[in-house]
Ligand binder design. Structure first.
Ligand code: ZN
Length: 100
């Protein structure tokens, strides 16, 4: 049976640094940061971010990544749409749109 290694998956999205003891660190793909607080544990096949407290296994990572990509695509698509009247301005309308 072929198994998926979380280290291989995460390294597709972020530059992992080998910290030893089957631990890897990188900048979190789920929030903005300048110092890496995203840690991958190869032994446990899990990840955890000490910045945004997102964590889980390889499935969680892929689901979160899909959510992030679709949110980004949706957010970008809003850029080509004019703000409808009655939403209290552009930022307010975007915030409401992103929540629905
Ligand atoms: Zn994070």
């Amino acid at each position: 049976m072929m198994s998926i290694d979380i280290v291989d998956i995460v390294s597709e999205y972020s530059d992992l640094v080998d910290k030893g003891n089957d631990r890897y660190a990188c900048l979190c793909p789920f929030h903005e940061e300048v110092t890496p607080s995203f840690v991958v544990n190869k032994n446990k096949q899990s990840f955890f971010c000490f910045g945004c407290e997102t964590g889980g296994n390889v499935d969680t990572f892929l689901i979160k990544m899909l959510q992030k990509i679709s949110t980004t695509l949706y957010r970008n698509s809003l850029d080509s749409v004019e703000t409808p009247k009655g939403y209290g301005g552009r930022e307010s309308w975007i915030n409401k749109s992103m929540k629905s």
